[in-house]
Design a protein around this ligand. Structure first.
Ligand SMILES: [Mg+2]
Length: 234
């Protein structure tokens, strides 16, 4: 019996197919976004972070709060990251901006714990990495507070991307090179649609973590929470 080059779902009594299923499990790479994917950043973290970014823009570009707020949102919409607009158009150093806007002395009180997250991740077959637009020190703190840092083989931060944050294809290319994975083996879980669009264009499978109902055609699956993935087979 011939071996099939791809095996998508189901199980078989064929030994050849069983071997391929195991190989697919090994080669599969789960690429997780961090904020609003692995944990709820909207609840406590993003309001503080957004205010810190607005304040940074007020201080460094000498803008009133309303204008700084509007500029922050404008860059977020067109670049997917406020940092990118500030570095491209205002000469802001990305490392300085990220350091200043990701200071959370009380982060342990702001991270919303998610029951069963660790158990769920442990059950997931395949490699697991984090791909975030956040700086490394913040991502590591959040993952440690969630109690799951040791379950990821790599945390690919915005510094790792050399400040080419998602949805930049350059950032994706660096990530894929770093983790030594082929896009076709990757399943990306994200709350950001532009990032998922890049992922799909590169050939990844895409899972949108969102409670919104309309699913764009570049999203393979929509789930309300990563924990809901338990019952889905790709
Ligand atoms: Mg996110």
């Amino acid at each position: 019996m011939p071996c099939y080059s791809t095996v998508r779902v189901g199980r078989s009594s064929s030994p050849c197919l069983a071997i391929e299923l195991e190989q697919e499990k090994v080669s599969r790479v789960w690429v997780f976004d961090l904020d609003n994917t692995l944990h709820d950043a909207d609840a406590h973290i993003f309001p503080v972070m957004n205010q810190a970014m607005t304040q940074y823009i007020m201080d460094h570009l000498e803008l009133e709060e309303e204008d700084a707020h509007a500029l922050r949102r404008h860059y977020w919409h067109i670049y997917g990251a406020t940092m990118k607009g500030l570095t491209r158009h205002h000469g802001i150093r990305p490392a300085h901006f990220l350091h200043e806007t990701h200071q959370f002395p009380a982060l342990h009180e702001m991270v919303v714990q998610r029951k069963r997250l660790r158990h769920w991740l442990q059950q997931l077959d395949g490699r697991k990495v984090v791909f975030t637009n956040a700086p490394s020190h913040y991502a590591t703190r959040v993952l440690n507070l969630l109690g799951v840092a040791d379950l990821f083989e790599e945390v690919f931060s915005v510094e790792s991307s050399r400040f080419h944050p998602k949805p930049s294809p350059r950032g994706f290319a660096r990530m894929l090179h770093s983790i030594r994975a082929h896009p076709a083996d990757c399943i990306m879980l994200e709350d950001s649609l532009p990032a998922l669009m890049t992922a799909k264009r590169l050939g990844m499978k895409t899972i949108w973590v969102s409670r919104r109902l309309h699913k764009p055609n570049f999203v393979d699956i929509r789930i309300p929470s990563v924990l809901a993935l338990t019952h889905i087979r790709l």
